[in-house]
Design a protein around this ligand. Structure first.
Ligand SMILES: [Zn+2]
Length: 342
């Protein structure tokens, strides 16, 4: 098959469009002919190299995949050849205490499609049957591929970790990102009041179209000052964060008493400071979040199928142009998911 592989870490130039061995399925696995694969920032970190992951080389990234079932193992019973499917990106053992509790990302063998195993920047990819989900309703392959990672992440952060309740106020940092655009919609499911931030007015207009109630242009306005003004100095119940030090002070100051800051990333750096007295005195919480479970994807998909939430798409590229697609992602000049088509 044709695939985009890299043999060493580096810039976009290490991505090679080349022949790769066809994946060999085990009895419990499904071979999927990839129709669409959505990019994530994770793909870029993996290409550049992250210290905690010793990737198998050469490597194929790509965590968000939709396609058609091409072949099934002898033990597979739930899907058949030709089915339209999307893939749940989290791979876990399915039989430990964390997995039984639906806390897939706490499984000790947890990894993602495209991290320790080959992913979707290819004509074919294989996964265990338990990761294969029929595409609901009349969702297109592009729409289906754009859903999993960002909606699992946003759902787990807002509901499972931060315990978002109906009518609460939420600050969504970086509404232009995939996870930010998902968070706005997930928060609106429970009629939260959403204050969204982005660096351009064009991105803020799109955030508004997704349901954001209030907008902050962080390139021109202070996030903390605007949140104070918009909430009559009360602050928000939940801050949805994935940027790190560049916005940390604003985020922490924006929390109401009993407010919860939930974060899933640190794209601007690894260290942040806060005043411990403002943590306990205001009874605030800082929560870490990492991916989520298959059950959370199933929950989100119900609303996607009913068109009450949608994956936002920016553009698509041919698989062989994956380097160009990643450059676009690195430029930050996009809103929503960038897709590859084999
Ligand atoms: Zn497990």
């Amino acid at each position: 098959m044709k695939a985009i592989r890299f043999h060493e870490h580096g810039g976009p130039e290490v991505l090679k469009y080349e022949d790769a061995p066809d994946p060999k399925t085990q009895a419990n696995e499904v071979l999927v002919k990839v129709k669409a694969c959505a990019l994530n920032h994770l793909d870029i970190w993996l290409r550049v190299g992250v210290r905690k992951w010793q990737l198998p080389m050469p490597h194929i990234v790509g965590s968000d995949v939709s396609g058609e079932v091409a072949e099934i193992g002898s033990l597979v019973s739930r899907v058949k050849t030709g089915d339209r499917v999307l893939l749940c990106p989290g791979l876990s053992c399915g039989q430990c205490e964390a997995c039984f509790k639906g806390l897939d990302s706490a499984c000790r063998s947890y990894t993602l499609l495209g991290v320790m195993v080959d992913g979707g920047y290819a004509e074919y990819v294989k996964v265990p049957e338990m990761n294969v989900v029929p595409i609901p309703g009349d969702l297109s392959f592009d729409e289906a591929a754009a859903v999993p990672l960002v909606f699992i992440t946003a759902w787990h952060m807002l509901f499972t970790r931060a315990g978002l309740k109906p009518g609460e106020e939420v600050l969504v940092i970086g509404a232009g990102s995939g996870v930010g655009s998902a968070a706005i919609q997930v928060a609106k499911l429970v009629n939260a009041r959403v204050i969204a931030t982005a660096g351009t007015d064009a991105k803020l207009e799109k955030a508004k179209a997704l349901g954001a109630d209030e907008l902050i242009n962080h390139s021109k306005q202070s996030i903390a000052e605007e949140v104070k003004r918009l909430t009559a100095r009360r602050g928000v119940d939940v801050v949805f964060e994935h940027v790190g030090p560049a916005v940390w002070d604003d985020c922490f100051q924006s929390l109401a008493t009993y407010g919860r800051l939930v974060t899933c990333g640190a794209t601007s750096g690894a260290e942040a400071k806060f005043d411990i007295r403002d943590l306990y005195g205001r009874q605030r919480s800082i929560l870490g979040s990492f991916m989520g479970g298959k059950g959370e994807l199933m929950d989100a998909l119900k609303f996607i199928a009913q068109r009450k939430m949608k994956a936002v798409m920016d553009s698509s590229f041919s698989l062989k142009d994956a380097a160009e697609a990643q450059k676009k992602m690195e430029s930050r000049d996009f809103f929503g998911k960038i897709l590859l088509h084999p």
